[in-house]
Design a binder for this molecule. Sequence first.
Ligand code: NAP
Length: 322
Amino acid sequence: MERLIVIGSGPAGLTAAVYAARANLAPLVFAGYQYGGQLMFTTEVENYPGFPSGVLGPELMESFRAQAQRFGAKIQNVDVTQVDFTQRPLRVWTGQIVFEAESVIVATGASARWLGVPGEAALRGRGVSTCATCDGAFFKDKTIVVVGGGDSAMEEAIFLTRFGSHVTVLHRRDTLRASKIMADRARAHPKITFAFNVAVAEVRGDHALQSLVVRDTVTGATSELAADALFIAIGHDPNTAVFEGQLDRDAHGYVLSPDGVHTNATGVFVAGDVYDIRYKQAVTAAGMGCRAALEAERYLEERDAERALAERTPAEPAAASR
Ligand code: NAP
């Protein structure tokens, strides 16, 4: 029986693990086969406090991990496949193996969204990608297209200028969603151009990407655009499929919580992007991981106290009668 299981190993899960480990809970962390969360697919992180010169995303996450392990967190790089939060102890499966726990922190984060257009799935890894850090270097001196109008799209486009001969950003509206500083940086880059009111309707290529069929979202007119690479940066979906029927979720699948830490299941807490639709930052996720660990700790202390009281209670009338 574990005192605490943490599901997820991004900033939220690993901060929870650091706090829980320092509270002597020896948390068991299911980190996932692709551990470390979204920062593993990022280059330079410039806004994580404490790193005035920036830090590489994977480097930051390895540090989180080492810090949790230093205090006794047990980390397994496996995916959770099933949970049962309806009874005590709580149960968590990784394939055929079932683990029992008194408390659980859900910090499974979110995954990159795909367009869902014809040709996209077949050409994944053959010119179509959601990770510039992973795949950008394959497209040296090639023509690259980035889809999206948020900070991710700006960041990917700027990063991809290191490799591509040219980067075109396609956005479905005429106004960017990105923050001003990111948008200005992308706009000022000589290798980047923008095409507004444009959506990708189809991805074409035999063995590798060759072109995109794009649609003008105002007129509906379609045309073909040659491209060697397509990077999709249109946001994320929460990783909550495994909690279906166990945790209350909103229409988009994000875990619901009245206070951003408790869930509908007693002893199960939430942290990070799997709940947070508003801020979605590494530092806010880390803060949420801290809160979840402190709440789990308090919950376990209260359970311990109740258990101790229940064990003492039958003896007390006899003691009183003496
Ligand atoms: P986001 O802010 O939700 O932006 C997603 C973009 O993709 C939007 O422009 C959206 O268009 C577009 N989009 C969504 N679905 C689409 C579809 N099916 N087809 C075409 N376009 C589609 O997501 P994000 O850019 O990943 O950023 C997420 C959060 O992380 C934000 O809070 C952001 O500030 C933060 N972030 C910060 C940094 C940084 O500061 N360095 C870097 C990356 C991310 P609409 O605008 O029309 O909705």
